[in-house]
Unconditional design. Sequence first.
Length: 390
Amino acid sequence: MKSILPKTAPCIFTLCIIAALGACRKKETKMSAPSPAEVSVVTVASERVNRTTELPGRINSVREAQVRARATGILLKRLFDEGSNVTEDQLLFEIDPAPLEASLNSAKASMAKTEASLIESRATVDRYKELLPINAISKQAYDQAVAMLGQNEAELLAAKAAVQTAELNLGYARVIAPVSGRIGKALVTEGALVSATESTQLAVIRQLDPVYFDFTQSSTEVLRLKRALDKGSLEMTSPAEARVMLTLEDGIVYPHAGKLMFSDIAVDPTTGMITLRAEFPNPENLLMPGMFARAQVVEGVRANAITIPERTITRGATGSSTVLVVNDENKVEQRSIEVDFTIGPKVVVSKGLRAGERVVAEGSQKAPPGSVVKPVPFNAPGLETPSKTN
């Protein structure tokens, strides 16, 4: 026994030391609490935003004039370049004036003949007027002379009107531009017979600066907007804010802002839509009649809108929206909200949040509801709302 004890004692002592160290480590593990997870938060803001809507439509010219023949004859000349800009009263076409000049000369000859007959009738009446008191002529002969005078006077008026008409027809042989604008292709070539009775169309002139943008909006949206204005949740836009922006077919935003001209006073019964019109400057002639575009129309202003980044929202299968809110004790709670509309990367919240509350933007997977977190500010480019459009 004496020889065994000295050999086993060091081993037992070593085991005791290892057990003691393990117990200390276990105690330290139990005493140290886990640190809170770090999450990025966004402070809920209250700001003034524009309520806008996007509506499709097409470009139309402000004025469109159809150049038509007002005299019958052979078209002699085209005096403009197709697709060029023309000015009001600019000469565009010439119709053969020879038949019209002949008609004018004939009308003038008829008027001269009528004037000669009128002179003779007046002389006869003056002469009969002196002979009637002395019974040198009968009363019937005098009355016939007076009637002839009246007839010749009426014929002279008709002859003058015929001369005036012939002069107008001769003037119509020179076809001029009724308005200034850009003229399209000639619809009739030289040598063709044009007719005043059929009003042969020769060309079309369109004014392209400014232009109209005609679009439609459903009557349901109009009623919703009126109710929002009546409740005070929306304010009418000021003249400086009531502008219309245009997005072209290729997705590029048109650089010039337009202004809303009017909305129709009736609803189309077949579509339930109301027609609206906006006017846009077109100095570069980029907008062409018939072009499709989408307009962003400012409907109203919300003075104290609650806005948060759209990325902070979780949407459920039923369409419900929730966010994670960090309260004053840095605890996470799930909150149901109602979203009104979108403004770029942000959304306007109508219910569920107050200005100043903190919403989790990043790290939600580390912050289940009820957990304590370490909130840090979230900074990301593009969260500003430069145009405040929907």
